[in-house]
Ligand binder design. Structure first.
Ligand code: PEP
Ligand code: MG
Length: 912
């Protein structure tokens, strides 16, 4: 035979599954010697036993609700569920045990259940293993009846208080236990208030309360055949009601939304606790206190106290409570006791505490404690402070902070106090919240920004040509594109908030307006985007500024000491490198150089290079271009002085740098209309058409450009190497590594090395009279590169997994389209567990990474292995990379702190 009931003294507080969170805290506090009103817990096992006889039917109905059926079906299911549950009875053995523990409670308190002279009153409270605030039921003041109310009046010396408690109890019992429509009670109460001219409840005189008691009993008589005066009957029904509330529709829906599965919490416990009253007089009251300031993390009690009140009054916000500082002044000895208790709990639970308490006639009682919820700022500060105070270890502090908290600390956020309503939602591509005047063309963004305006660039989708607009804008909004689309990657890299793929936003670039449902936003009107949530708002929504607090720096320095994985940053331009270094990157894992071609004069040179038909024709442009690029490289190398910088040779298809054929055609037409010569343009049109590809992502790009245009790659290498040589001569320490993208075969590497990299190196070393120790490596982002890594690894000093392209290739999912076309549905249907462009697909892509990393090291033990896809900044993916032969991850600059923390967490968790 099982045991279903435990007193606070005999149970184990660590067993939250059995006793629920509230029960566990009552047990713990009472065992720590804090003053807790005596009581006992009926376990979650008892709850399961209660449901046992009709378990299967209930499970079926619950499963039907889980499917989120249409409202008519849902209501029918709920009705059936109620019928089934109403037929259940409290099992005899559970009731017998409960009665036995009530007797013990009587002995302990010296009061008796139902005794008019010294009545014992209890609260009957729900409490599952995880907090489900307000989702289940609780009954207070149980044990009151026509006789015991007189005893309560005598004990308190306050008849008004006793009848107020009684009328509250009747209403609560009627509603929760007997399922009577609450309106019947509230309208009767309103009538009484009117009759006595009372605006607020406390103004109703004693007579009015007695009248309410009578009327409430009448309602119960009419609706349910009478109110049970017998406290034992009240208790039996209340326990049953709390068990039943586990299956209330709101509790079921809450569990669905919060993903509370039976392994997390299965059924509710029932806490039966002796009542203490915060509303018996001015030396009584009730409050909530946190062991530290949950907004700022400051180490001082934070909370409030409401005199002459019961718990529900605080929640209802009828009166303004006093600050805990005021409480300290008024009741110094109580404050001291509270402080000691709260801090003791903090020490034992190793977390900031959220504690409910009541003062009854000058005596303090602890009613509940749980780990506090707090802001990201407070999380980080308290983690570091608690470690320094010896409450937690440094490792515990590292685990205590969620990497998301770190992200939140680095970007501005929507002020939650603003209570703004979003009008659309896209993918949260790059964190941060900003407001700006909307513009629809990158050139407009630049122009407006030059006039000192803050603009948000809204585009259907973006392409490399738009990037000057990105830099000018404070934020980016697109209606198409996924988390690794161009807009998303660039925005993250440069730390600009972005919402992408907001498909309900119709963007009319030419006409310069956007439309969301009926709302039209014209150029120049203000919008706000939140890259944390993907929300889009009309107008200016207040934001809170980000800050890099010293505590975060300290925590990250502890993280650096325990992590195995290195952390580098992805960068495009010198500015990114500066941010990366500030955030603690140990180098640049991927310098994407494409953006360096975007300055108009450079773009023009590049276009001429692409359009030239022979190496001779190309050379003068290449000569000019490489000198310009060199300056950018020098700046990056200078910023990262002493740390490795991996420069990737040009990657995208070349036609991305050319005008579209339709645009050229349009210009030809215009010229001809004006009677002008269009032969040059016609030549351009032919070239552009010839360069067009059906599948540009699988086309003439990356190393393939290097193979077909070795002179182009030669000059790129010269730019990189001359930059290094000049700096070296000037006494700096550039650590340069050159990376070849899109490789599928080792011979591509051999070719590019022979034809471009080595000649450039030789020439530069000779001309500058310096020796450059340059590493040469390759991206592993095609499936074939991963599969033939045994050959590839022999020819390189390092490899870096381009997990964006690798994911695209392994799934055959377009990285630009999949995320807002079908991936959401795949996630909903649980065909995919996570978006593979965000979190590395361990089963498929991960297998290749694991194999290729290990094989590369076998073949070439000194080879360095990195990851530079977006997964390098993703928590779960970092946990995975930690377990492979990967040496470091490279993340966008704003994700570097997150990666440092996540890598440390991976190391700590693995050693446990
Ligand atoms: C990748 O493919 O993962 C990568 C880092 O390169 P890009 O995103 O520039 O294609
Ligand atoms: Mg790539």
């Amino acid at each position: 035979m099982g045991k279903y009931v435990y007193s606070f003294k005999e149970a184990d507080y660590r067993n939250k599954k059995l006793f629920g969170g509230k029960g566990a805290s009552l047990i713990q506090m009472s065992q720590l010697g804090l003053r807790v009103p005596p009581g006992f817990i009926i376990t979650t096992e008892a709850c399961k036993k209660f449901y046992e006889p009709r378990r299967e039917e209930i499970a079926e109905l619950e499963a039907a609700l889980l499917k989120n059926p249409p409202p008519e079906v849902r209501d029918q299911v709920i009705e059936k569920l109620h019928k089934v549950i109403d037929s259940l009875e409290l099992p005899q053995e559970i009731w017998r045990e409960a009665v036995e523990y009530m007797k013990r409670l009587e002995e302990e308190t010296g009061r008796k259940f139902g005794d008019p002279n010294a009545p014992l009153l209890v609260s009957v409270r729900s409490g599952a293993a995880v907090s489900m605030p307000g989702m289940m039921d609780t009954v207070l003041n149980l044990g009151l009846n026509d006789e015991t109310v007189k005893g309560l009046a005598k004990w308190s010396g306050n008849e008004w208080f006793a009848y107020d408690a009684y009328r509250r109890f009747l209403q609560m019992f009627g509603k929760i236990v007997l399922s009577i429509d609450e309106k019947l009670f509230s309208s009767a109460w309103e009538e009484i208030k009117r009759k006595y001219g009372a605006k607020e409840d406390p103004e109703v005189p004693l007579e009015g309360l007695k009248e309410a008691v009578e009327r409430f009993k009448q309602i119960i008589l009419r609706e349910r055949g009478g109110f049970p005066q017998d406290p034992w009957e009240q208790l039996r029904l209340a326990i049953k009601a709390v068990f039943k509330s586990w299956m209330s529709p709101r509790a079921i829906f809450y569990r669905i939304i919060e993903k509370i599965t039976p392994d997390v919490a299965d059924c509710t416990a029932v806490n039966v606790v002796t009542m203490v009253f915060g509303n018996v007089g001015w030396d009584s009251g009730t409050g909530v206190v946190f062991s530290r300031d949950v907004a700022t993390g400051e180490n001082k009690l934070y909370g409030e106290f409401l005199p002459v009140a019961q718990g529900e009054d605080v929640v209802a916000g009828i009166r303004t409570p006093m600050d805990i500082e005021e409480f300290r002044k008024r009741f110094p000895h109580l404050y001291d006791e509270l402080y000691r208790g709260v801090k003791l709990l903090e020490r034992v639970n190793k977390d900031v505490q959220d504690v409910e308490f009541t003062v009854e006639k000058g005596v303090l009682y602890f009613l509940q404690a749980r780990n506090a919820k707090m802001t990201a700022l407070a999380r980080v500060k308290t983690a570091v402070d608690m470690a320094k105070e010896g409450i937690i270890t440094r490792e515990e502090a590292i685990l205590y902070v969620k990497p998301d908290h770190v992200l939140q600390l680095l970007y501005p956020r929507i002020d939650p106090k603003a209570k703004a309503k979003p009008v659309a939602q896209g993918l949260p591509a790059s964190p941060g919240a900003v407001s700006g005047q909307v513009v629809f063309h990158p050139d407009d963004a630049v122009r407006w920004a030059a006039e000192g305006k803050r603009v948000i660039l809204a585009r259907v989708e973006t392409k490399p040509d738009d990037v000057h607009g990105f830099y000018a804008a404070v934020g980016i909004l697109t209606s198409r594109g996924g988390m690794t689309s161009h807009a998303a990657v660039v925005a993250r890299a440069i730390g600009k908030p972005a919402v992408v793929g907001a498909e309900s936003v119709e963007i009319h670039e030419e006409e310069k307006y956007l439309k969301i449902g009926d709302i039209v936003v014209k150029e120049g009107e203000w919008i706000t985007i939140d890259g944390h949530t993907g929300n889009v708002y009309i107008g200016v929504v207040p934001t809170i500024e980000a800050e890099l607090i010293p505590e975060l720096e300290e925590l990250l320095s502890w993280a650096d000491q325990v992590r195995r994985l290195g952390v580098r940053a992805n960068a495009d331009l010198p500015d990114d490198a500066a941010i990366a270094r500030k955030f603690g990157a140990e180098g640049i894992g991927l310098l994407r150089i494409e953006r360096m071609f975007r300055k108009p004069e450079r773009l023009e040179l590049l276009r001429r290079i692409i359009l030239a038909e022979s190496a001779e024709e190309r050379r003068p442009y290449l000569e000019k271009l490489y000198k310009a690029l060199k300056e950018d490289f020098k700046e990056v190398f200078r910023i990262m002085d002493g740390l490795p910088v991996i420069v990737r040779l040009i990657d995208p298809p070349l036609h991305e740098f050319l005008p579209k054929p339709e645009e050229v055609l349009e210009q030809i037409y215009q010229r001809k209309m004006r009677g002008e010569d269009a032969s040059e343009l016609e030549k351009l049109y032919k070239r552009v058409k010839a360069l067009q590809e059906a599948n540009p992502m699988l086309g003439h790009r990356g190393v393939r450009v290097g193979v077909t245009h070795p002179d182009f790659y030669y000059y790129l290498n010269r730019a990189i190497l001359e930059a290094a040589a000049e700096l070296k001569k000037a006494g700096h320490n550039p650590v340069v590594e050159i990376m070849i993208p899109q490789v599928a075969d080792a011979r591509e590497i051999v070719f590019v090395k022979e034809k471009s990299i080595i000649p450039a190196l030789r020439d530069v070393e000779k001309e500058f009279g310096v020796s450059l120790n340059v590493k040469i490596g390759t991206m592993v982002e095609t499936v074939r590169a991963a599969l033939t890594i045994d050959e590839i690894a022999k020819h390189v000093d390092f490899i870096s997994f381009g997990t964006n392209d690798l994911t695209q290739a392994v799934f055959s999912f377009s990285r630009d389209d999949a995320e807002n076309k079908f991936i959401p549905q795949y996630l909903e249907l649980e065909i995919l567990d996570a978006n593979p462009f965000e979190t590395l697909d361990v089963k498929g892509v991960g297998k290749l990474v694991e194999y290729a990393a290990a094989t590369a090291k076998e073949v070439n033990p000194s080879i360095e292995v990195g990851v530079c896809g977006e997964h390098g900044g993703d928590l779960k993916s970092i946990y995975f990379f930690h377990k492979t032969k990967v040496d470091y991850v490279s993340a966008s600059p704003f994700r570097v702190p997150l990666a440092r923390l996540a890598a440390a967490q991976a190391a700590i968790l693995q050693s446990k």
